[in-house]
Design a protein around this ligand. Structure first.
Ligand SMILES: *[C@@H]1O[C@H](CO)[C@@H](O)[C@H](O)[C@H]1NC(C)=O
Ligand SMILES: *[C@@H]1O[C@H](CO)[C@@H](O)[C@H](O)[C@H]1NC(C)=O
Ligand SMILES: *[C@@H]1O[C@H](CO)[C@@H](O)[C@H](O)[C@H]1NC(C)=O
Ligand SMILES: *[C@@H]1O[C@H](CO)[C@@H](O)[C@H](O)[C@H]1NC(C)=O
Ligand SMILES: *[C@@H]1O[C@H](CO)[C@@H](O)[C@H](O)[C@H]1NC(C)=O
Ligand SMILES: *[C@@H]1O[C@H](CO)[C@@H](O)[C@H](O)[C@H]1NC(C)=O
Length: 397
């Protein structure tokens, strides 16, 4: 069989078949469109039949079918599509009365651009990123052109990322109070420019701190050590100090306790012993009081150090005073979250079982012993009785 496939006859047949298929394909696509025409949705769109000489009757087809949307044909052979909607898109071809293709065009429909809704992020003093969303869905490919300037300065480009719809400016003039960004959206049906004005120092919002770590402090059941790194997008300069806010609460409590710090670690001294705590950190420029706090870091869960030989956490009223917690669910969640407690429970159960079986075994053994002793004693007694009776009988009366 493999020999048959590679035989010259077979190869010739395959070549002939593919050649004839290709030529028939070429016939099908002889009406390939020569260009794209764009039209506005909900309007009347006119398609010209190329340079067809006037007076000759023409036939229009959409996607090679004769079914056309609502339309009329003018005296010069142009097709006017009325109140077009999305379904009118496709390849339009016009033919003369002998069926010869005169012209074809691909119609795409959409809207001209509308105003953009723009927002800017300033993660440090040397970077601005502005992103935008369209207020009008255009259905058409668009291009964006963005530029940026401080009050009374020259426009400078904001470098656009087309696919993600944002642009970046490096080293903006931070000392300028007001900045303006303009973004122009252009598509086949028109363009629109949107202007926004903003104050960089009010938009300054660091990224959240990184590598946040919460640790137990051995020997201290009410302390936690929380540490973190500066956000990697923040320059590690003394010129740009950051202020950090740490908040924490026992899981289930409604009230956060807060600490502020300029360092990158703090020790919490008033944790609730034996309870899981939620810990979060955020950052803000220390100098610029109008700037914004970063987002909070994701919640970390940590339980302070405990003496494991006494697994029952003793709640002292002092900590309860600071954290008005409903201790009922707290203890239950605490238990279900601690594998050590579970292991201890299992061990206790095993010990209990062993003790129980020892007790049962001892009881059974002692019962057996008692029964056996009684039997022996009774046996002994009857023997004695018998001998005494014999003695009695043998006594001379
Ligand atoms: C319309 O024409 C384009 C370009 O020639 C082609 O890629 C597309 O498949 C055609 N569509 C239909 C539905 O004929
Ligand atoms: C579209 O054409 C129809 C018929 O010619 C006309 O009545 C209508 O006003 C036109 N609509 C627009 C939006 O031009
Ligand atoms: C024509 O083909 C286009 C794709 O090229 C499709 O979107 C459109 O719905 C088709 N129109 C009709 C009436 O079949
Ligand atoms: C973008 O805008 C700048 C400044 O307004 C202009 O020089 C440039 O030609 C524009 N580019 C495009 C693609 O529109
Ligand atoms: C807290 O943790 C950080 C980072 O692991 C460490 O540098 C610091 O010394 C710790 N503080 C205490 C009091 O253990
Ligand atoms: C400022 O933030 C941008 C974006 O995150 C980053 O690319 C840049 O390196 C940062 N600048 C400094 C000096 O860290």
């Amino acid at each position: 069989m493999p020999g048959l496939w590679s035989s010259p006859v077979c190869l010739t047949v395959i070549w002939f078949l593919s050649w004839s298929l290709r030529s028939s394909c070429a016939q099908i696509w002889t009406d390939e469109v020569s260009g794209v025409q764009y039209g506005r949705l909900d309007s009347n769109v006119t398609l010209a039949c190329g340079k067809s000489p006037t007076g000759i009757p023409v036939v229009w087809r959409l996607n090679r079918s004769s079914a056309l949307p609502w339309h009329r044909v003018t005296s010069d052979g142009s097709l006017v599509l009325l109140q077009v909607d999305q379904s009118a898109q496709g390849n339009y071809s016009c033919y003369d009365d002998r069926g010869l293709l005169l012209h074809s065009v691909r119609l795409r429909l959409g809207h001209p651009p509308g105003l953009l809704s723009i927002s800017c992020q300033v993660p440090n003093h040397t970077h601005v990123r502005c992103s935008w969303l369209e207020s009008v869905k255009t259905f058409l490919p668009a291009e964006y052109n963005a530029s940026f300037r401080g009050n009374g300065q020259e426009w400078r480009p904001c470098i656009v990322d087309f696919s993600r719809k944002h642009c970046d400016v490096d080293h903006p003039a931070f000392w300028q109070t007001i900045h303006t960004l303009r973004v122009t959206e252009t598509n086949a049906l028109g363009f629109e420019t949107t202007y926004v004005r903003f104050q960089l120092h009010k938009l300054l919002k660091p990224d959240p701190p990184e590598s946040v770590l919460a640790q137990q402090l051995e020997g201290y059941p009410k302390r936690l050590n929380v540490s973190w790194n500066f956000p990697s997008s923040w320059p590690l300069h003394d010129a740009f100090p950051l202020m950090f806010q740490i908040r924490y609460r026992p899981q289930g409590s409604m009230y956060w306790s807060e600490i502020y710090s300029e360092d990158s670690s703090v020790v919490i001294f008033d944790a609730l012993a034996g309870h899981i705590h939620q810990v979060q950190v955020r950052a803000r420029d220390e100098v610029n009081s109008e700037s914004q706090w970063s987002e909070w870091t994701p919640q970390l869960l940590i339980r302070p150090w405990e003496v494991y030989t006494t697994p029952d956490p003793v709640d002292d009223g002092f900590s309860d005073y600071f954290f008005p917690v409903n201790t009922e669910p707290e203890t239950s969640t605490a238990k279900s979250h601690n594998p050590v407690h579970e292991d201890e429970g299992n061990l206790g159960l095993v010990i209990l079982l062993v003790l129980f079986s020892v007790v049962i075994l001892t009881t059974v053994l002692s019962l057996v012993f008692v029964v056996w002793m009684r039997q022996r004693r009774r046996h002994h007694a009857t023997k004695q009785e018998l001998t005494s009776m014999v003695k009695m009988k043998s006594l001379p009366i």
